[in-house]
Design a binder for this molecule. Structure first.
Ligand code: NAP
Length: 281
């Protein structure tokens, strides 16, 4: 597995397994299958309500902890550093772990400056190997970096062929923040899996559209965490390190960019209110 090196020297797999929208009851099997297929990076969140099932799969897998890279995320909290530390402890307990590899602020809402200070503390204590953010637009990211000691190691943002984030990736690179894609397949929206441009490129390489999309992201230096509950697709999604897209193919895929989210804009006041006031135990 190829890796990326984060701004604090921590190495992270370039491709992992996401568990968003996998029901709690199916998550232990999915993660067990993913680990058996060869995934070592698992991406969950307190907001997905399946950390405990992820923990069960990890406990039973027999793979040394040091070979795994576990990400979880902090949901929007009531203000104050103590609330963040309590939420982290709960995640750790649900996962059955004594440290996580990556802990992300899930949404750029609420009192995330106190959250970040608490996370810096937890990082210094050694119970989190790297800290980062998710869904931060450039203004929020720059502001957070300007007013804190530790810059995020990661910003996990919607990134796929229809919302490519090239300019933002460049800015993040200048700030030392690794880009990580969520929704690499746009969850199948815009008929991604039958898109004519992606299909033509896939045929050229004897690969699937899913593999071309993941290869295109990995080749751009974007960390990817595709989700699937099907073992055949889990295996398929790992097989992206044995071919290379040409510059002309990268340029063709670049034409698919719409420059906008296919889900929602995190700066939309309705969403800010809706997500920012929702609480997860
Ligand atoms: P995604 O990975 O873009 O798409 C998942 C969908 O694609 C599922 O319907 C899956 O179906 C299908 N699929 C997977 N592999 C396929 C293949 N080879 N061929 C055809 N279909 C395939 O969507 P996502 O789960 O939203 O994003 C990935 C991860 O990013 C999440 O699981 C989560 O960890 C993270 N995420 C983070 C945020 C955030 O706010 N930070 C938001 C969304 C997601 P089957 O399962 O039936 O195979």
């Amino acid at each position: 597995m190829e890796t990326v090196t984060l701004n604090n020297g921590v190495e992270m797999p370039a491709l992992g397994f996401g568990v968003y929208q996998i029901p709690d009851s199916e998550t232990e099997k999915a993660v067990t299958d993913a680990l058996a297929a060869g995934y070592r990076l698992i991406d969950t969140a307190s907001g997905y309500r399946n950390e405990e099932a992820v923990g069960h799969a990890i406990a039973a897998c027999g793979i040394p902890r040091a070979e795994l890279f576990v990400t979880t995320k902090l949901w929007v909290q009531d203000p104050g550093e103590d609330n963040t530390k309590r939420a982290f402890e709960k995640s750790l307990r649900r996962l059955g772990l004594d440290y996580v590899d990556l802990y992300l602020i899930h949404q750029p809402f609420g009192d995330y400056y106190s959250e970040w200070r608490a996370m810096q503390d937890l990082h210094r204590q050694g119970v989190i190997r790297a800290i980062g953010v998710s869904n931060f637009y450039p203004d929020r990211l720059v502001d957070l970096i300007e007013h804190n000691d530790v810059a995020p190691a990661i910003n996990q943002i919607e990134t796929h062929p229809f919302f490519q984030r090239h300019d933002y990736q460049q800015l993040m690179g200048e700030l030392g923040v690794q880009i990580e894609s969520w929704g690499p397949f746009a969850e199948g929206r815009n008929n991604l899996f039958t898109d004519p441009v992606l299909t033509a490129v896939a045929q050229q390489h004897g690969k699937s559209v899913a593999q071309v999309v993941l290869r295109w992201l990995v080749q751009r230096g974007v960390v990817v965490i595709p989700k699937s509950v099907r073992p055949d697709r889990m295996a398929e999604n790992l097989e992206v390190f044995d071919f290379t897209l040409t510059e002309a193919e990268m340029a063709r895929i670049a034409t698919l960019d719409t420059g906008a989210s296919l889900f929602f804009d995190h700066r939309d006041p309705t969403m800010v209110r809706q997500l920012g006031t929702a609480r997860v135990d």
